[in-house]
Design a protein around this ligand. Structure first.
Ligand code: AMP
Ligand code: ZN
Length: 397
């Protein structure tokens, strides 16, 4: 829903050099960034990015109230640090002094996410927009993830396709513009990274990023004498022909942990998989990882066949995309269906996790397409990438 005038903040010339303050607080990371946009034709420059992450280890997961309190404690000091250490002062905003930076636009995550967390960031952004009389752009968090590679490179150009594979998402999306995205396939239950972490833990793999440790465990050392029966095979979910699910456009990872427990118990008579010898655990891990990635590539190809844009540029992002076995399996499969010319883009893992750079860049793309957000707009817990414009509060110039 668009408004043409209401609570509109100061207009700035769209072709001028400008600075963006970006704020991301949708989950449990408090992140802020300062970005320089010399002109719409030149590359953006990241001046600074700061991040504080809530340690959820003791709680065993994210507690929304703790996350909100974390942002409320950390965000204002972090914004202050970002501005002060980069020569931006609220009191210099609007100043014409050459050596002083001023903020010209604020981009903040409006949704989706935990509403308390979103409100902590979005309301501070609103306050600063009012105080400095600058435009506010309310950004969809998932769109931020999708457009991240375009901050660093001139490619991929629209249209392109993204496969987000992280601890929280498994989603295949086609993007025709900053406001036009369509989900081709997404998880019907949990995310791929979440399942890799659960299975890795079950197999006795420890560490900060279990999926990453699992990959290292599989690739180092031998599985000679593993003793895993050759007919021990993990299922490929949502495939059975009789149930008509072969063509289901959806990923499903939730069943892999049960399959692992049941099949290993049958083969080795124990539920304590961590106690099995290393070669056995390594072989089980390898077959399981292969099955999970095989499921991902099967449904990805199915989803790509539904694309309304050419399968030319495929962005693979999220923590799991750093897995080299996955990259190899995906590239081979996709190229075998869509040709060797398909180009793959892998953003740096650092920018695949939640960050403010992606919000700043999505804000820049929106702003340069003529969008800003009305000051009355509220943060929103649910906001599909398919409905970027289908929400109240947009002002189109
Ligand atoms: P993200 O949600 O984007 O922060 O990514 C974190 C998820 O990616 C966790 O589930 C990790 O275990 C997983 N992950 C990170 N590196 C790898 C890797 N090399 N192979 C598989 N999974 C990984
Ligand atoms: Zn995210």
């Amino acid at each position: 829903m668009l408004r043409t005038s209401f609570c509109r903040l100061k207009q700035i010339p769209r072709l001028a050099k400008y600075h963006v303050l970006a704020i991301e607080t949708s989950c449990d990371d408090t992140t802020v960034a300062l970005i320089d946009r010399p002109s719409p034709d030149s590359r953006p420059v990241l001046i600074s990015h700061l991040k504080r992450s809530l340690d959820n280890t003791a709680a065993g997961g994210i507690i929304p109230l703790d996350a909100r309190n974390f942002h409320q404690t950390n965000l204002a000091p972090l914004v202050h640090e970002l501005l002060a250490s980069n020569g931006v002062s609220p009191y210099t905003s609007g100043s014409s002094a050459d050596n002083q930076k001023k903020i010209d636009i604020i981009a903040a995550t409006r949704g989706p996410g935990m509403v308390g967390s979103l409100a902590a960031g979005y309301n501070l952004a609103k306050g600063l927009a009012v105080a400095w009389n600058v435009p506010l752009v309310g950004v969809n968090h998932m769109v931020g993830h999708l457009v991240t590679p375009r901050f660093f490179n001139t490619t991929p150009k629209y249209p392109f396709i993204s496969l987000l594979v992280s601890g929280g998402h498994t989603m295949l999306v086609e993007s025709k513009s900053i406001t036009d995205h369509r989900i081709l396939c997404s998880s019907v239950d949990i995310a791929i990274g979440d399942m890799l972490d659960k299975c890795g833990r079950e197999l006795g793999v420890r560490g900060n990023m279990i999926g990453k440790e699992l990959e290292a465990f599989i690739n180092t050392g031998s599985s000679e004498g593993h003793g895993v029966p050759s007919d021990l095979k993990f299922p490929n979910p949502l495939q059975n022909k009789s149930g008509g699910r072969k063509n289901t456009l959806g990923y499903s990872f939730a069943g892999f942990i049960t399959s692992l427990r049941v099949l290993a118990k049958k083969a080795f008579g124990t539920e304590d998989l961590a106690s099995l010898p290393d070669p056995t655990r390594r072989e089980l891990a390898s077959r399981l990882q292969h099955a999970i990635f095989h499921h991902l590539r099967t449904k990805t190809v199915l989803g790509l066949k539904e694309a309304s844009v050419p399968v030319k540029d495929v962005v693979c992002s999220g923590g799991v995309a750093s897995n080299l076995t996955l990259r190899d399996m995906l590239e081979t499969e996709i190229q075998s269906h869509f040709g060797d010319d398909v180009k793959f883009h892998y953003p740096e893992p650092k920018w695949c996790t939640d960050n403010a750079l992606m919000i700043g860049w999505a804000g820049i793309e929106l702003w340069e397409s003529g969008y800003q957000t009305d000051l009355s707009a509220k943060p929103t817990a649910k906001w599909s990438v398919e409905d970027v414009l289908d929400i109240d509060g947009w002002i189109k110039n």
